[in-house]
Design a protein around this ligand. Structure first.
Ligand SMILES: NC(=O)c1ccc[n+]([C@@H]2O[C@H](COP(=O)([O-])OP(=O)(O)OC[C@H]3O[C@@H](n4cnc5c(N)ncnc54)[C@H](OP(=O)(O)O)[C@@H]3O)[C@@H](O)[C@H]2O)c1
Length: 350
């Protein structure tokens, strides 16, 4: 029997939360070999377990200071780096024919002008924005297969876009006036989070931030408009929960037409019944974080408000997994021609 060739992988930003999650997932991936892990501010290479206690006795691969563009023999380079950093690194790897999966927001807009007013830094490699494929397999699977640069979706946009797409596309809800309220675990802020995210501030607390001005708003509207052909506008309010992982989003949508909720559910089912990472709940049920955390699932439920008639959609995902690293590995699987769920089919944890 021919042994299938392994995918050699470099992870940049392996000392951060999403980079650490990629390491965790790939150590259990049968067709991946991690050939390099790098980060910033590392004077001497150190074994990965020095940065991540849960890797002690499991992973000795060194994490070294990043040498930009040095991809060695890696087939795929993951950039788990902040926005502004990825746009400088990606071209260096792209030019050397490595396939790049970028977890930052730097390549999520085809038209860089859509970033204006939302991201402070001027784009240093705008020419690559048109090359990048938005890495949401459920919507862009064919393009992902041959992509050389993947713009891995944002954590909040992943749940919001997948939840709203069928209803807008089929004309069950208005494309405008959508309200999205999301709550995220604090790992969503990355490992260098500021004062409001420190334990004494966060424990027993719950707060909204960047109300109506979060940078994921234009991403949600832009991608939904692209895939539905409608001019989508939604308002988005994120909140922080005093937990490590998970996003729960509730979306309030004005209903259009006379379809019964069951009919809307049937349409969602026909869109998603073959999608291995989308679980559509039966009417009357609603997702929760424990059901998804640690896994690559997005759980979605549909409801109708008895007073206003609005369609209400609830969605849950793990921000570090389907919202970041898991979706990135799913993209890698598609690019390499591996089974899409390889290394990702585990359930969540308590
Ligand atoms: N956290 C989430 O839930 C989530 C979800 C979806 C997408 N994302 C996106 O994914 C990216 C990473 O997020 P994160 O939460 O993992 O952030 P993080 O915890 O802050 O990790 C970022 C990592 O990148 C490293 N880094 C910074 N500049 C670098 C450079 N020039 N070369 C090499 N490494 C460098 C950082 O090292 P130092 O700390 O030493 O600077 C850090 O280890 C961000 O763009 C974020 O927006 C995050």
């Amino acid at each position: 029997m021919n042994e299938q060739k392994k995918c050699r992988v470099k992870i940049v930003g392996g000392t951060g939360y999403t980079g650490g999650e990629i390491i965790r997932l790939l150590l259990n991936h049968p067709l991946t070999e991690i050939v390099a892990i790098t980060g910033a501010g590392i004077p001497q290479p150190q074994p990965a377990w020095r940065f991540w206690g849960w890797l002690r006795g499991v992973c000795d691969i060194p994490i070294a200071e990043e040498t930009p563009g040095e991809g060695g023999n890696a087939d795929v380079v993951f950039l788990s780096t902040p926005h502004g950093v990825s746009m400088k690194l990606a071209p260096l790897y792209y030019e050397k024919s490595h396939r790049v999966i970028d977890l930052s927001a730097d390549y999520r807009f085809e038209d860089v002008s859509e970033r204006e007013g939302w991201y402070a830094d001027e784009h240093t490699s705008p020419e690559l924005c048109k090359e990048a494929v938005y890495g949401m397999p459920e919507l862009f699977r064919e393009q992902i297969k041959s992509a050389r640069l993947i713009a891995n979706p944002g954590c909040y946009p992943t749940a919001a876009i997948l939840s709203l797409y069928p209803a807008i596309k089929e004309g069950f809800i208005e494309a405008t006036g959508i309200h999205i309220a999301s709550a995220s675990g604090v790992s969503g802020a990355g490992k260098n989070a500021k004062l409001p995210f420190h334990h004494p501030e966060l424990d027993q607390n719950y707060f909204a931030y960047r109300v109506g001005s979060h940078q994921h708003s234009p991403e949600i509207n832009s991608i939904l408009s692209r895939v539905t052909g409608a001019k989508v506008s939604s308002s988005f309010v994120p909140h922080v929960l005093p937990i490590r992982r998970g996003i729960l989003s509730t979306m309030f949508c004005r209903k259009k037409g006379n379809a019964a909720l069951q009919q809307i559910w049937d349409a969602y089912n026909s869109y998603y019944e073959k999608e291995m990472f989308i679980r559509l709940y039966a009417l009357g049920e609603a997702p929760n974080l424990q059901a998804v955390c640690g896994s690559n699932f997005v759980d979605i439920s549909l409801h109708q408000d008895q007073i206003t008639g609005e369609v209400i959609i609830v969605a849950a995902e793990d921000n570090l997994c389907k919202g970041a690293a898991g979706q990135a590995v799913q993209n890698m699987n598609i690019m390499m021609g591996f089974p899409e769920g390889m290394g990702l089919s585990h359930p969540g944890t308590l």
